[in-house]
Design a protein around this ligand. Structure first.
Ligand SMILES: [Zn+2]
Length: 391
């Protein structure tokens, strides 16, 4: 197997506390990394101890971090909602119903147009250091349109999520229970082979507790893992439901009471925070410090979508998490890499130690702190995916 030595790494974040400084980031200085052509990390440590390899790359003192794991994104859609954003920034509130605009455009789009937009956004994410992305459906809301979105997503991503329960579509406005039956029955049947996860938007104006539970239970019975859009626009039952259902992640977590925080801290359910949404809707940010202090696992993700947050940038989310949510630069980086991996129940990504997938980012900076210290600056110099540097 051909191996490559990445040498003269000024600062290497492994996310394994048994390495380097012993912090959760497991940070080494004057470090090196060996990756193989099979796509795995085979060695990490100090430069002076590095083994020989077939090829050599000089990182020139820059920082190397695990590729970002963006565990929440909605990338299969058509249409532009910049006018809605402009209206919101002129004082109109965000409402979940805006999703219907995208549903209309998505249903009318060709497969080719949807796939081209998806591929463009995935490439945009890659350029910013994201190497694992979860992609949701949720803008089709018919069996045909949801399964088409997931089939397209599955061509390009390992992490695909069936979100038929994004919102009740206009044609079911008078029969929301009928729509829940569709989502839990024939639509699920059409989608399950293309999806790893099932998700539900548990929120006033979307799906209530009982409907959300019915959707999740049906998905889990079909072999899908559960995730929940929870407590975004106000306090609700979403977080408790996610923890009870054994969901991998409760996403948003903006409005939490003490019982919600305790439930997250006492479960395997990751609290995934999406600060780009609060930024883009001019809303109060979730309290990351409170979750961390309680012992919950926190992930950061983009929630890239055409309505409430159209950023694809994990570095931007890190900067927001540090500036607006009280996270330290170390915590924010961990949450955007290892935290995202935990939210997807993955152990092969989000870390850079032997056996991990060789997904890594070279930052044009001496340390990862620059991600928050230099917001908006394109610091991603190089992205390796599965041991290969894309040409
Ligand atoms: Zn979302």
């Amino acid at each position: 197997m051909v191996t490559t030595l990445l040498d003269r790494i000024g600062s290497l974040v492994t996310n394994d506390p048994s390495y380097g400084d012993g912090s959760p980031l497991g940070r080494l200085t004057d470090a090196a990394l060996v990756v193989d052509a099979g796509g795995s990390v085979v060695w990490a440590g100090e430069s002076r101890n590095a083994p020989a390899a077939d090829a050599y790359v000089d990182v020139s003192g820059r920082c190397v971090i695990p590729g970002f794991v963006d565990s929440h994104a909605h990338l299969v859609f058509a249409g532009d909602r910049s006018a809605e954003f402009a209206a919101r920034m002129s004082g109109q509130p965000y409402e979940a119903g805006g999703i219907r605009t995208t549903v209309r455009h998505t249903r009318a789009a060709t497969d080719e147009a949807l796939e081209a937009n998806l591929v463009r956004l995935l490439a945009e994410m890659r350029r910013q250091g994201t190497t694992t992305v979860e992609v949701k459906s949720g803008y089709g809301l018919t069996a045909r349109d949801e399964s088409r979105a997931l089939a397209l997503a599955a061509r390009h991503c390992d992490e695909t999520t069936y979100l038929g329960a994004h919102i009740v579509p206009a044609e079911y406005e008078d029969d929301p229970a009928g729509y829940v039956d569709l989502v839990s029955g024939p639509m699920l049947e059409a989608c399950r082979t293309y999806a790893r996860w099932i998700d539900v938007f548990c929120e006033t104006g979307a799906f209530d507790r009982d409907a959300s539970r019915a959707v999740l239970d049906a998905g889990v019975r079909s072999g899908l893992g559960a995730r929940v859009h929870a407590n975004q626009l106000g306090h609700g039952p979403g977080v408790q439901l996610a923890c009870e259902a054994g969901a991998a992640s409760a996403d948003h977590c903006t409005f939490l009471d003490d019982a919600d925080v305790a439930a997250l801290a006492g479960s395997q359910t990751v609290a995934t925070l999406l600060p780009g949404v609060e930024f883009s809707t001019r809303s109060p940010y979730p309290d990351a410090r409170r979750l961390l202090a309680a012992g919950a696992t926190v992930a950061l993700a983009s929630d890239c979508n055409p309505g409430s947050c159209f950023t694809s940038s994990m570095p931007f989310c890190i900067a927001l998490a540090v500036r607006e949510m009280g996270m330290t630069p170390d915590e924010a980086l961990w949450s955007a890499t290892a935290g995202g991996a935990a939210a997807l129940r993955r152990t092969d990504v989000g870390r850079l130690t032997p056996g991990a997938r060789a997904d890594l980012v070279v930052l044009d900076a001496p340390s990862h702190v620059h991600l928050a210290y230099r917001p908006g600056v394109p610091l991603v110099a190089d992205v390796w995916k599965s041991g290969h540097r894309p040409s």
